[in-house]
Design a protein around this ligand. Structure first.
Ligand SMILES: [Zn+2]
Length: 268
């Protein structure tokens, strides 16, 4: 099994003390590649130092601090061959940590950057339908993943109409909030499905025992894979191979310096 975790927040303080052990466990669990999510310029810069593929972007929570210099800094980070996408970027009308006009400005600037340099987009959306899809459509965004999809059918259809990839997390293992995903995941075409932990967040709720401090980590991706495979009624190995292939396609992991062979050896 050679899984790809398309989204792990490995620059989070939760991983400060034992990142090497976390990556070794991931490798042992069959997670071949981990893509580190960038959520601010600073976090993206830190992500770029880990020797792993990473994304460079500003999360909508931080949109109020977004300036022209921010775009320049992201463009600079994106020159790194290991930078596989721009993001995470998008709209979050759930928490509303930044005003909506700031969020849209920050989002559009990153869409335009991704389109202009030919990198795919790592997208975040919460409670922002249909505005989010409208913006993607009007900019002609094609290569992108709607990361951590948790929403309803209508929104999923809008993303699939735009030919987006869809990232599924351990949310699908949550018997309270994620039940609808067991149905919806069947509507995602095989060549558009991606898997992610969003570690250290979204620890699968049905995992027993729960990890220490309930910290999620890439080694738990096979647990999410199995939940998805069960929902699809398909062999986990097939879903693993397809989703890994999809990740390699979208993020061009087989070319450039971000290939598995070129990245930091996970098992030190
Ligand atoms: Zn997100």
């Amino acid at each position: 099994m050679q899984l790809v975790d398309i989204g792990a927040n490995l620059t989070h303080a939760a991983f400060r003390d034992d990142l090497d052990a976390v990556l070794a466990r991931a490798r042992q669990a069959g997670v071949e590649t981990v893509i580190v999510t960038g959520t601010t310029v600073e976090e993206s810069r830190q992500a770029s130092t880990l020797g792993l593929p990473f994304t460079a972007g500003v999360h909508p929570h931080h949109a109020k601090d977004f300036k022209q210099e921010t775009v320049d800094a992201l463009r600079e980070l994106a020159r790194d061959a290991r930078c596989v996408a721009i993001g995470e970027c998008g709209l979050d009308f759930n928490r509303n940590y930044s005003p909506h006009p700031d969020q849209e400005r920050c989002f559009v600037a990153q869409l335009e950057l991704g389109l202009s340099i030919g990198k795919p987009l790592f997208l975040h959306s919460r409670d922002a339908h249909p505005r989010f899809a409208q913006i993607l459509k009007s900019h002609g965004v094609k290569r992108a993943v709607a990361h951590c999809f948790t929403e309803e059918r209508e929104e999923l259809r809008a993303y699939l109409d735009l030919d987006l990839y869809v990232g599924i997390t351990g949310w699908i293992c949550d018997e309270r909030r994620g039940k609808h995903l067991l149905e919806l995941v069947r509507e995602i075409p095989r060549n558009r499905l991606l898997l992610e932990t969003d570690a250290p967040y979204l620890t699968p709720r049905d995992l027993k025992p729960q990890p220490k401090a309930r910290r999620n980590e890439p080694a738990l991706l096979p647990h999410i894979l199995k939940a998805v495979a069960r929902a699809l009624g398909r062999p986990a190995d097939d879903v693993a191979a397809e989703t890994a292939h999809n990740a390699k396609e979208l993020f061009s992991l087989h070319e450039s310096g971000s290939s598995a062979a070129a990245q930091r050896p996970l098992a030190a």
